[in-house]
Design a protein around this ligand. Structure first.
Ligand SMILES: [Mn+2]
Length: 350
């Protein structure tokens, strides 16, 4: 098991890479949906606009990797496409084939840059409906889900972003589950052969929040054992899970420890998001890693028993009351995970 930290284009800096190194982190995952090539950024774009979606070149990716490597860390995964890269794959729209050809180029480039994993979240509604509040221990600020009223998705909008600056008026028509599985099949059956060839694992995040439907779109992986269907949909060693334990714990059905045991045994876990949570859909809140309903040491023990060799990142952490709320929250989670990993790997003999 390796300790990782997730960063975004906002937080990727020499200082933060050193912070990670100091906290015992060896691997970085980079949330790449916000990354736009420098020549693409236009200051007057509306908030949340994705850009046109110019695919990152091998040089772009090698530059990211070089910065991470220079601080003594490994770039393990990119996480999430810019929605501009694949909105018509998600929506079954007219640019679907063209966008698929671009994703193939992207995955080949990721492979050429030597980045072993690409994490994705196959969802139209995206992460939606969370509220922030002082719900963790001592009033630390965290996201929570409180069964919000679900509004339809405006046209021109996908995955939490605006992909069309001049959309038609109106709303997206409802999308049924069978149709979503078909779209996922199109994505995987086209991209997995390229990913195999490029030696890149495609790693799926579960539905977050794990509601059976969100804003009129039915969803795919919203119960712990539904990953099996994804693995069987297009069988491939490169078809794996970006296993988000917090999201699995939020799901309405029990049995997520057993599901994780099974997926770890199958060698289907590309990397792990590990955070704690209190409650389940449709009402839950994120909390400190030692605070919620999930037995984090049991998760680490299951992973270790199955010889999991991949990276574990804290996913999110509460904002702690101090001049550096993100850093303090992450340092607490990283320290807890570092100690937990040591205990399960070495065994505790008192
Ligand atoms: Mn996650």
């Amino acid at each position: 098991m390796k300790l990782g930290l997730g960063m975004s284009s906002m937080s990727l800096s020499r200082e933060n890479l050193r912070f990670a190194k100091q906290a015992g982190v060896t691997h970085i995952t980079l949330h790449s949906s916000e990354l736009r090539r420098k020549d693409e950024i236009i200051p007057k774009d509306p908030p949340g606009y994705t850009g046109e979606g110019a695919i990152w070149t091998v040089e772009d990716l090698l530059e990211l990797k070089r910065v991470v490597n220079e601080e003594g860390l490994v770039l393990e995964a990119l996480e999430n496409y810019n929605p501009a890269f694949w909105y018509d794959i998600l929506l079954d729209g007219p640019k679907k084939q063209q966008q698929m050809e671009n994703l193939k180029i992207l995955i080949r480039n990721v492979g050429k840059a030597g980045i072993p994993i690409f994490g994705y979240y196959f969802s139209i509604a995206g992460v939606w409906g969370r509220v922030w509040g002082p719900f963790a221990r001592g009033g630390a600020e965290v996201p929570a889900y409180q069964d919000p009223e679900q509004t339809p998705i405006p046209k021109g909008w996908v995955w939490g972003s605006v992909y069309d600056r001049n959309p038609e008026p109106g709303f997206l028509a409802p999308v049924l589950r069978a149709e979503m599985w078909e779209r996922l099949h199109y994505y995987l059956s086209n991209l997995l052969p390229v990913a195999e060839d490029a030696r890149v694992v495609l790693a799926a995040h579960p539905d977050d929040p794990p509601m059976p439907a969100l804003r009129g779109t039915q969803r795919l992986i919203y119960q712990p054992d539904y990953y099996e269907k994804l693995f069987n949909l297009v069988p491939s060693p490169n078809n794996q899970a970006e296993l988000c334990v917090g999201t699995l714990a939020e799901m309405s059905n029990e049995g997520f420890y057993e599901a994780i045991d099974t997926y770890a045994m199958m060698g289907k876990i590309a990397y792990v998001h590990l955070r704690n949570v209190r409650g389940k859909v449709p009402n839950y809140t994120e909390v400190f890693i030692d605070e919620g309903d999930t037995d984090i040491l049991r998760i680490l023990s299951i992973l270790h028993r199955n010889n999991f060799q991949g990276v574990i990142i804290p996913d999110h952490a509460p904002q702690m009351t101090c001049p550096a709320p993100w850093h303090a929250g992450m340092a607490f989670a990283l320290g807890y995970l570092r100690a937990g990993m040591t205990v399960v790997e070495r065994g505790w003999e008192g």
